[in-house]
Design a protein around this ligand. Structure first.
Ligand code: ADP
Length: 285
């Protein structure tokens, strides 16, 4: 009966023959199945060995990347020392460029190696933080870049934003990454709006939303699902420099805080990145 065939397949039969059948047909079917199983076994073995070789390569890449950090930092420090001396304008520009690049590369390295941080260490760094001044600091840090591109940054926070329990350094870097992207992917003369809104009460104690809206190039529909993957770069943004690690870092940090990150975007119009963060929910590990 048809239901018997379905039942047989459901509980694990590979195939079936209905009577009457010839011996040749049986042999051919069994041969085919045996061949298929062999291929599946081989593919499984190959996948396993590929996984382990990817893992090995990843570990050695991380070691190399980690070792790059010290010379980069020392390059940056030397440029900074020379910057303090009086230089002419051209030399000043070159030194600033060396300094900025070394800082940028060091940050990429930190973002890439972030998943290696021990959770215990992260937990120890959690405390109640004043988000409004943290966001203001991140904006101040990027003032120069925004001035250079003639991009106006407008910041508004709803009154009495409560303290938020978070890892200050990591969260600061996450916000800096989002702001940095907004500036990087917005052409000259654009606008970036940063807002903090608190929604109280919500579940155990409310939620705050940090939203960064730009008038930049936007994100293509086919990219939007993938931009939080490590090393993924949008197809319309390849003319800008980047390693595709910023947003994966941001997402990891937001996830660690029990929050969510949302994105809305329209190509050639702009993007809005919103981070939703629970206020009093303690760190979940
Ligand atoms: P990177 O900027 O180094 O490419 P990110 O991980 O920070 O890496 O971002 C991944 C991709 O998401 C970018 O390549 C870009 O396509 C897209 N993206 C991120 N932020 C913005 C933004 N504000 N406007 C437009 N595209 C963005």
């Amino acid at each position: 009966m048809p239901e018997d065939r379905v039942y047989g397949l459901e509980i694990g039969a590979d195939d079936y023959l209905t009577k009457p059948f010839s011996l040749n047909e049986l042999i051919l079917r069994v041969d085919k199945l045996a061949e298929k199983k062999k291929v599946i076994r081989r593919l499984k073995e190959e996948t396993k060995s590929l996984h382990s070789s990817i893992h090995e390569k990843e570990s050695s890449l991380k070691r190399v990347v980690h070792d790059l950090k010290n010379p980069l930092l020392s390059m940056g420090a030397s440029a900074k020392r020379m910057l303090r001396r009086n230089q002419n304008e051209e030399e000043l520009k070159i030194l600033e460029n060396i300094y900025d690049s070394s800082i940028r590369l060091t940050r990429w390295i930190d973002d890439m190696l972030f998943s290696d941080h021990s959770l215990q260490k992260i937990k120890e760094g959690m405390r109640e933080v004043e988000i409004k001044s943290m966001v203001q600091q991140a904006i101040d840090l990027l003032k120069e870049a925004s001035r250079e591109k003639k991009i106006e940054i407008h910041f508004e926070a709803s009154p009495s934003i409560p303290l938020v329990y978070c890892h200050e350094q990591l969260f600061f870097r996450a916000i800096e990454n989002l702001l940095g992207n907004a500036l990087k992917y917005t052409p000259e003369g654009g606008k970036v709006d940063v807002t903090i809104t608190s929604y109280l009460p919500w579940r155990d104690g409310g939620v705050i939303e940090i939203s960064i809206k730009d008038t930049g190039i936007g994100i293509l529909e086919e990219d939007i699902e993938k931009i939080f993957d490590p090393f993924y770069r949008g197809r319309n943004s390849l003319s800008e420099t980047g390693a595709g690690l910023g947003l994966s870092f941001v997402k990891e940090v937001v996830d660690l805080h029990g929050g969510r990150i949302l994105v809305q975007s329209e190509p050639r119009k702009g993007s809005i990145f919103s981070v939703l963060l629970p206020i009093r929910v303690k760190f979940k590990l």
